[in-house]
Design a protein around this ligand. Structure first.
Ligand code: HEC
Length: 269
């Protein structure tokens, strides 16, 4: 199944199809039949492999953010200069988090050349962003430095787009009323799926939405992975609404469990 933070890559693609749960039994049967036919073609195989790499990229992005999050006390310690939190350290910690959460290693011998390229591009982007911020991270006398998981993720995704953008895109967006950085605003398709699926009360928690859809004039596999606020997010995204958080943004008034954001992935065919 494709719900939950970390998706079993061996799960059959079928369980990851986004199905409108309100449809009648008959409509569902017809959809299942149409799916069975589509499964017979090469298309389905392409989707399964796009889904697998999409999950890997999403889970590694989460693991990278997790490592930045775990190191916030160190990064924001005003008393230490050289913190040893380098790009290599980040990758090492993120890979460990990935393996622990997903249950298998990020890099494996059986990766396709494309998947290998995409994972390496993402890891390279992560390493680069942390290395580029060494002066900030190691600045003595400053506490909070603003090198938070969301900023790290945005910069990594931008760098990834610059190097691997003809093959894939990764970004983090959010429901329109929650967006902080204008660069994170959902596009029309993302917005539609967020509003008509991910935000509806009967959308299964954590379930990814996937669809074969044109992107920038090319056939592509698109994937949206919902993310929910946990208690740790609320010091910035919680209440009281409009109060300024430590980063200078007005708080959203969010609550634990609310849909706070969406990882959006495009894998071009
Ligand atoms: C220290 C304050 C802080 C905490 C804690 C925090 N965020 Fe954020 N978040 C921000 C800031 C600042 C941005 C804008 C980053 C940027 O410049 O792109 C942001 C951006 C985001 C975005 C991208 C969309 C946007 O609005 O630009 C999402 C999604 C998000 N946060 C979700 C979360 C979740 C989920 C958690 C908890 C796991 C969390 N945040 C914890 C401060 C925080």
């Amino acid at each position: 199944m494709c719900s939950g933070k970390f998706v079993d890559k061996t799960a059959p693609f079928r369980s990851c199809l986004s199905v409108d749960f309100s449809v009648s039994g008959l409509a569902r049967l017809i959809m299942a039949g149409a799916f069975a036919i589509s499964m017979a073609g090469g298309q389905a195989a392409a989707d399964v492999s796009a889904l697998e790499i999409g999950n890997k990229l999403a889970n590694m992005l989460r693991a990278g953010r997790g490592a930045v999050s775990a190191n916030q006390p160190l990064i924001n310690n005003p008393d230490i200069a050289d913190k040893g939190f380098t790009g290599d350290k980040l990758i090492q910690e993120a890979e460990a988090i990935y393996t622990k959460r997903v249950g298998s290693a990020l890099l494996a011998d059986d990766l396709s050349p494309r998947d290998q390229r995409l994972i390496e591009a993402q890891m390279k982007a992560m390493r680069k962003i942390v290395d580029e911020h060494q002066a900030d991270i190691n600045r003595k006398g400053t506490g909070f430095k603003g090198f938070i998981p969301a900023v790290f993720a945005r910069l990594v995704n931008e760098e990834f787009g610059a190097t691997a953008g003809t093959e894939a895109r990764v970004r983090v967006t959010a429901p329109p009323d929650l967006v902080r950085n204008r660069k994170a605003r959902p596009d029309r398709w993302e917005r539609g799926i967020i509003e008509t699926r991910l935000l509806t009360p009967d959308w299964p928690k954590g379930k990814a939405y996937t669809e074969q859809v044109e992107f920038e004039g090319r056939p592509a596999f698109r994937m949206l992975l919902p993310e929910y606020y946990s208690a740790s997010c609320l010091s910035c995204h919680g209440g009281p609404k409009e109060e300024t958080d430590i980063t200078g943004y007005p708080k959203e008034g969010g609550k634990e469990g609310d849909l706070g954001g969406v990882i959006s992935i495009v894998i071009f065919e």
